[in-house]
Ligand binder design. Sequence first.
Ligand SMILES: C[S@@+](CC[C@H](N)C(=O)[O-])C[C@H]1O[C@@H](n2cnc3c(N)ncnc32)[C@H](O)[C@@H]1O
Length: 443
Amino acid sequence: MLAYVSRYFNIIAPALRRAIRRRYGYELAAKAYNDARPIYRQMLADFPSIGADNPMADNAYEALVFFAMYRAADGGLTPDMLRAVVGDLFELPVVKGAVGLSVNLNRAADMRRMNESLRSHARWVDEHPDEAPYTWDFNFGDSRGDTRVCYHFTRCPLNDFCREQDLMDVLPVMCEIDHVTARLAHGRLTREHTLAQGGAVCDYLIEGDECAHGRETAMRKDSIRGAYKALGGSATVYDAMMTCGTPLGVAMSWAVWLIGPEENTAYLEAAMAGVPEGFSGSLLEVPVGTGVLTMPLYQTLPDARVTCLDYSSDMMTAAQTRAERDGLSNVRFVQGDVGALPFDDESFDIVMSLNGFHAFPDKEAAYKETFRVLKRGGTFCGCFYVRGEVALTDGWIRRFHEPRGFFTPPYETAASLEERLRGMYAQVHVETHKAMACFVCVK
Ligand SMILES: C[S@@+](CC[C@H](N)C(=O)[O-])C[C@H]1O[C@@H](n2cnc3c(N)ncnc32)[C@H](O)[C@@H]1O
């Protein structure tokens, strides 16, 4: 059992009542609040004996207020409704400010303090053998004191309590608060398992959000590069060259573009830099071609709404097959002309064009149309060939690509491209990698 302490209920319950009232009305709020205090007392009495002076006891005292009000609502609150009001509570400026202003897990000193605090909680458990079998057991992993903390529990008294009290449906709402509090402290919690969801452990890897962001970026780039490398024997010559995905592809990329595998990666990353991680808006890619460059990117964006357009249905069939193979249900394909896009004005958050403008016959129409369908504040990004940077490449284009219709003059130079884009977009960044110009513009 845990001794009754009034302050947790007195602080949390009225705030929760207000949040329920705002979302679901007075009646449900009153019902959840009015009967909750005796239920809270009883829950404390039934709780595993973790010790009231346990530094982790706050977690139990607080969570039980939520459980008591959930139970008092007598079916009127579902776990999703509770999740929504808990979300509202953590949006309150007083809560956000209290955590966000005092702790920043990107700062080494704050992360060190968190590490030390958790280790002192663990020491408390070691020093209290009577309570140890009931409370959280800390098992530390690779916790680099200044940059991250990593640990797991195999035991959680809230999990034991909820199992006994038939509250397992609502326990995940409490587990999710760990993510929210990490976020408020400018951190990121990465977690694979929870006891609440039947895992053997609850694991915690907490890092500053800047560091976690950097790691995710690296992982995303790795997975895209991995997809290019995995082309192997199935690659067409074109795909292999575009991705430097096979020895022949590397040789051709070098022979035509003087671009090796590393610079190939660099220019593609620069061209796609306008698509942020976790992007969940609408994106138009034109032309998609065989999709070899972008389907791996879309695999990292399950919440985005992607439209891919190309003139050639042959090229697009290859892209479509790739998308189906990769299970990309958020990507649709439209056959059409970039010079007359079948979309409303300002209908996309991002328009991306890789290796298209050197091929498009009517470039003026293409510039106009890609601009028209992009929302104000949206991003136009991509890459294509510019003349005057690499004489060898200019020669190949003139003698080989143009006669076969792969490329269509006139071509921009890096300077003319930048000038044109500056005349259209509010922000413009252009960089060249050999004869490839990469751009990210904001409308
Ligand atoms: C060099 S590929 C680039 C494909 C892909 N973005 C890539 O980087 O692999 C050029 C593509 O532009 C397409 N294309 C040419 N003219 C077009 C137009 N007017 N409208 C739409 N797509 C066009 C071609 O069908 C071809 O698939």
